[in-house]
Design a binder for this molecule. Structure first.
Ligand SMILES: [Fe+2]
Ligand SMILES: [Fe+2]
Length: 187
């Protein structure tokens, strides 16, 4: 698959998890409690491993350097903004995890703290994905040669195998299907 299309497909999976997180956040804001902490723990694992280590890893370690090699500036400009937003997203995931740990340890106030960070993360990542799809990936389509695209495909496969692996990848698919049924198809 074209590596840019691969990143776009991953964006669709991320948007689905953001929609699930949105539903959970609304319920927490209404009730002040977390009905299923295990579901949030699974989502946070997905944001940390699939989104950050794997997807953002492909972008930061391979796509952005390939764009830089093709002459796109990495200081400021779209790449600088994307890097900054990855960093901000990482901080929100860390805060959600800390809040969930506190909630599980008996601090009921941590539920609303978690909901606030979830809201920030959803807004941040939603607009981040739109910018990548509509701006950065368009630039990539114009700048990258077919040999650079082939190199990206190989590198993406390597990152995927190292950081997720086939078994875990399938497990994430099943998780998303399950959570989608619980949170998005019952509305
Ligand atoms: Fe990104
Ligand atoms: Fe992305």
């Amino acid at each position: 698959m074209n590596p840019i299309e691969e990143l776009k497909q991953e964006h669709e999976a991320v948007k689905l998890t953001l929609a699930i997180l949105h539903r959970i956040r609304l319920t927490i804001e209404t009730t002040g409690t977390i009905a299923e902490p295990a579901h949030l723990a699974q989502l946070i694992d997905f944001f940390s491993v699939f989104v950050d280590r794997c997807h953002h890893g492909k972008e930061e370690e391979l796509l952005f350097p390939a764009l830089a090699a093709a002459g796109v500036s990495t200081q400021g400009g779209p790449i600088g903004v994307m890097l900054k937003e990855h960093q901000l997203g990482r901080e929100q995931v860390r805060e959600m995890k800390l809040a969930l740990d506190r909630y599980r340890a008996g601090d009921s106030n941590a539920a609303r703290v978690l909901a606030t960070h979830a809201r920030t993360y959803i807004e941040l990542l939603g607009q981040h994905i739109d910018k990548e799809n509509e701006v950065l990936f368009v630039i990539a389509g114009r700048c990258l040669s077919s040999s650079q695209l082939n190199e990206l495909t190989k590198g993406f496969d390597r990152i995927e195998a190292e950081r997720i692996g086939a078994g875990k990848h399938e497990a994430y698919h099943r998780l998303l299907e399950r959570l989608q049924e619980v949170y998005l198809e019952t509305a």
